[in-house]
Design a protein around this ligand. Sequence first.
Ligand code: DGL
Length: 264
Amino acid sequence: MSDKRAIGVFDSGIGGITTLDKIYDILPNEDYIYVGDTLNCPYGTRPKEEIEALVTNVANFLIKRDVKAIVIACNTATANSSHLKKLTNIPIIGVINPTADYAYKLSKNKNILILATNATIASNKYQNRIEKRLFKKGKRYYVKASEFVPICEEGLMGTDYALEKVTEKIGDLKDKNIDLVVCGCTHFGLLEKEIKANIPNATLVECGIPTGEELKKVLKKKDLLNDKKEKGKITIYTTGDPEYVDSQIKWFTKEHEETKKIHL
Ligand code: DGL
């Protein structure tokens, strides 16, 4: 069987496009509907109830579009999404567990820095997933870094300001022999240069590859893969200003239509 329906992917803004980019490499023959809830970005400094309500709105939009699965390409939304199971029976794939598991396997000395939004760190989802491995060695550093989100949304990567902000946050972790940094916010891969400038010997792990692999596994198991031979289509929606979004995602090189505006 081949399921031609699109896959829904969403984030509070443009960060999830870094995840979509990798997912598309893994599943290039699928169609994708991406929603960036830019109007309400950031999610990571809001209380839990507010994040849950925003997540419900975006999920409902995607469910109405008859998507066959939803990827929550946002750690903050993933950490506040357990209620979505009541809305739909389609598979919902979050970014936290696949990324935490992937990072755990990859790190050799188990000195791991997990950078995420304030709400993600406060949810303890990364801590619970990683620490249940009962490491006998190494130390994990869980750092709240919601300040990085606007830097990415406003396209300030590569500026002195961005480097200053990132250094302020993680500069004192330079000598901790950290071998792996988890970008526990889908925006943060955009700050690779600034993170590497502070923790030069660490491998950076983003959510895209582990989440894409997990999505592929789930679709295969449920017989939901699209067997078409042509490349899949990517449609991007924003609750904010579509022209601004297009100007901020020039780094996204996969073919896609112009971003469209939606009201949720
Ligand atoms: N990209 C989102 C994440 O992965 C966070 C951005 C926000 O705070 O809205 O957590």
